[in-house]
Write a protein that binds this ligand. Structure first.
Ligand SMILES: [Zn+2]
Length: 262
């Protein structure tokens, strides 16, 4: 979490601050101020108190900071919403959820929007431009999302740097390029305590080697370079449907004005 409580004030993680508590369960938290992950707080006993919560990644932390501070990590009953702005909750989801989890969260929060990480649960979605919108085929899609009744946005921004690297490598005549990212892990010790952390992850990819493939990558790159979010308008139970691309800036504007159904 980004904010803890100290002397009744919401405060950001800082290695010099001691005795801060979780705003939800009031248990002690410690600051995690390392080099890889954005500074944040973590429960001292490693137990996450919010049953809705998932291991928080840089992706979550990056997204939250686009919103006013008072709209981030808003306590609603026994849960902590990632963002609540103009009575609409926005949940940033990185790991899979069951149909029951999705339904429970939607009925608890009421008006809400989902933003799924395109690099994890929202991966393998292929878009096909079609008369002003996009048809899609979501390969191996997590079927639980078919039951969601709230707007779902898939964050494709991770693709930008990936495609750009690939195109650049091709243009320089290279056969391979490598990426660096951080991978989160969670493990349980013999006492049932959950520990979380992350480690650096390097990967080598081969470069597409025909002109056609590169043209295709360039086309995909230009499609998402300014419109990084894919809003699903219709999702059927076989993982196909249609939707539209929208820029992060417009998404944030819509949130700011309380625009809900799209
Ligand atoms: Zn707590």
């Amino acid at each position: 979490m980004k904010f803890a409580i100290k002397d009744n004030q919401r405060i950001l993680a800082n290695p010099l601050i001691k005795d801060a508590i979780c705003p939800l369960c009031k248990n002690p938290v410690i600051s995690k101020c390392g080099e890889i992950k954005i500074w944040h707080w973590s429960h001292k006993n490693n137990k996450e108190c919010d049953s809705f919560s998932e291991g928080e990644t840089n992706w979550h932390l990056e997204w939250k900071r686009h919103f006013p501070e008072e709209c981030q990590e808003v306590i609603i009953g026994e849960h902590r919403a990632d963002v609540k702005i103009k009575d609409i909750v926005i949940e940033f989801q990185n790991s899979p959820l069951s149909k029951e989890d999705i339904e429970e969260r939607e009925s608890f929060y009421g008006k809400m929007k989902w933003v799924l990480n395109g690099e994890t649960i929202g991966s393998n979605i292929n878009l096909f431009q079609y008369e002003g919108f996009y048809k899609f085929k979501w390969k191996w899609f997590p079927q639980s999302w078919y039951y969601s009744k709230q707007p779902i946005y898939i964050d494709l921004s991770y693709l930008k740097s990936k495609l750009a690297l690939q195109i650049e490598s091709y243009n320089q005549g290279e056969r391979h390029y490598s990426t660096y990212s951080t991978v989160n892990y969670e493990w349980m010790d013999d006492y049932g305590n959950i520990h979380e952390g992350e480690y650096p992850h390097y990967e080598t990819h081969s470069v597409e080697d025909t002109k056609d493939e590169i043209d295709n990558l360039e086309k995909r790159y230009s499609e998402i370079s300014n419109k990084e979010l894919f809003l699903i308008k219709k999702l059927s139970n076989n993982g196909t449907g249609w939707g539209k691309l929208i820029s992060k800036t417009n998404f944030l504007k819509e949130c700011e004005y309380g625009y809900y159904r799209n």
